[in-house]
Design a protein around this ligand. Structure first.
Ligand code: C5P
Length: 209
């Protein structure tokens, strides 16, 4: 059983993916962390995340154990992630890892939940369930702002909104694996839903399948 969840940043897809995985006892992979880890590795080595050679080198050297680093949740990693994610060779490099996780989930789990931008369209086009989670720009920026405050950062709302829109534009307008709902995805707008209500709506859809 493969559940593919896509959507823009702070749409609630990560929380939803974790809860679905927990509910069914499936393994969960946050694929954004892969691109964040690659972007951050380039920056930490003093490189430019827009440099294709540096990005590919970091993608090739990626250690899955580094995906647990809490620093990946920060804005610097997010920005660098959306730059390395524009490059087809980088995406090709991490495709196998994602597909293997989906097809042979770790720990002998009977299913996998993957969340990202291109799971239902590119990574797992044959997923049994596809969800596209979205919310208004303002609601997403508020959530992101709160998340950054909780991380101990000092975010400015207007800046969070602007950076989020820039990152969304890079993700939706890029030529390779752009962010868009798969044709057979259930679109879930969480603008007016809390995490419990979003989970209930997703569960209803999954069970109906
Ligand atoms: O989901 P998250 O905000 O952690 O993703 C960080 C960035 O990684 C996104 O803005 C996007 O550019 C990239 N990404 C991607 N494909 C995925 C997951 C993330 O291009 N499947």
């Amino acid at each position: 059983m493969i559940v593919a969840i896509d959507g823009p940043s702070a749409s609630g897809k990560g929380t939803l993916a974790r809860r679905i995985a927990e509910h069914f006892g499936y393994a969960h992979l946050d694929t954004g962390k892969i691109y964040r880890a690659i972007g951050r590795a380039v920056v930490r080595a003093g490189g430019d995340p827009a440099d294709p050679a540096a990005a590919l080198e970091a993608a090739t050297a990626l250690d899955p154990a580094s995906l647990d680093d809490p620093a990946l949740g920060g804005d610097e990693a997010a920005r660098a992630a959306s730059q390395v994610a524009l490059m087809q060779p980088v995406r090709d490099q991490v495709l196998d890892f994602q597909r293997q996780f989906a097809e042979r989930p770790p720990g002998g789990a009977e299913g996998a939940v993957l969340d990202g931008r291109d799971i239902g369209t590119v990574v797992c086009p044959a997923a049994h369930v596809k969800l596209f989670v979205t919310a208004s720009d303002e609601v997403r920026a508020e959530r992101r702002h709160k998340e950054l405050l909780e991380r101990g950062e000092a975010p400015i709302y207007a800046r969070v909104l602007q950076e989020m829109r820039e990152r969304d534009a890079r993700d939706t307008k890029r030529d390779v694996a752009p962010l868009r709902p798969a044709e057979d995805a259930f679109v879930l707008d969480t603008s007016d839903l809390d995490a419990d209500a979003a989970f209930a709506a997703a569960l209803e859809f999954i069970e109906a399948r």
